[in-house]
Ligand binder design. Structure first.
Ligand code: ATP
Length: 284
């Protein structure tokens, strides 16, 4: 793995797009004082995720955006792309080349891209984890830092050695895991509280469920009995109807017979009347 190219646009003194290609081996950037040599290493630090403006020799993060010169107006966005050769797959991704881009607008918004796809800083840190490259891995020693390293106390130097040996990476992982564990503990306590509360609410609910079940049983028994009663009523009414029908038929037959007799008697009466009339005995 090696640094293949660096592209700067709107970053510090690099207002125009500047593309630098680095061959494997040693590359030295030479130039007069104030020509922007340190801005190149600042760009590398920045694209790898540096969050401190001081480490980039500025007051605020916006200081990385080209602020204008006598010949040029300021720009609104700074962008740096660093391309790493990954043919040996040192970085844990399938690409043979990994391009990391950081973009920052003067408004403060910023974004990261990995091979052109939006990414989070954490994704970039994860990719670089075991490569020895990163903002804190001392693969970049900024201006003035070398002296502070050489003159530091043994304990302070220990931090540098640990960083270079990759120990601090594991310490960071451990801290991250511990934070996650602490969060998990909090969630667990909360989950237990919720479970206790639910258990408390469960008892009256169980009683309600029992009551609802009993109600359903009784309700279906009631429907069954109502149905049986209705069937009984229908049967009884059918029987009464049959009896009444019989009595009605008998009464109709009796009426018919009586009518027949009345008619017979009427005819006999008419016959007697006409006989009496003929004999002049009947006075109407
Ligand atoms: P030295 O050799 O003295 O350390 P250098 O070559 O490393 O210098 P840098 O410190 O990288 O130079 O560059 C400083 C230059 O960058 C200054 O001219 C400064 O005006 C310019 N510069 C820094 N930030 C910005 C910015 N945001 N906009 C425009 N120019 C900037």
């Amino acid at each position: 793995m090696f640094l293949k190219s660096l592209t700067l646009k709107g970053f510090k003194s690099f207002a125009d797009r500047t593309h630098m290609v680095f061959d494997p081996g040693l590359t030295v950037v030479v130039g007069p004082n104030g020509s922007g040599k340190s801005n190149v290493s600042d760009a590398i630090l920045w694209v790898l995720g540096e969050q401190s403006a001081k480490m980039l020799r500025g007051q605020a993060m916006e200081d990385v955006v080209f602020s204008g010169s006598s010949a040029r107006k300021p720009v609104g966005v700074a962008e740096v792309t660093l391309v790493l050769d990954n043919a040996d797959h040192t970085l844990p991704v399938d690409f043979a080349e990994v391009g990391i881009t950081r973009r920052m607008y003067r408004s403060g918004e910023s974004e990261y891209l990995i091979n052109g796809a939006p990414a989070r800083l954490m994704d970039i840190q994860d990719i670089l984890h075991d490569s020895g490259l990163g903002k804190d891995t001392h693969s970049i020693i900024s201006q003035g830092k070398l002296d502070s390293i050489l003159s530091s106390r043994p304990e302070e130097r220990r931090a540098l050695i640990e960083e270079a040996a990759g120990i601090s990476k594991h310490r960071r992982r451990k801290e991250r895991s511990q934070r996650k564990l602490a969060d998990m503990d909090k969630n667990l306590v909360r989950a237990r509280d919720v479970a206790r509360e639910l258990n408390r609410q469960l008892r009256p609910l169980e009683r309600q469920v029992d009551r609802a079940k009993r109600y359903n049983e009784l309700d279906s028994r009631l429907s069954e009995l109502t149905c049986q009663l209705a069937v009984d009523d229908v049967r009884r009414l059918q029987q009464q109807w049959g009896e009444l029908q019989g009595r009605s038929n008998e009464a109709a037959a009796a009426i018919e017979l009586a009518q027949f007799r009345v008619d017979e008697k009427t005819r006999e009466l008419e016959k007697l009347q006409s006989m009496l009339e003929q004999k002049g005995l009947f006075v109407g």
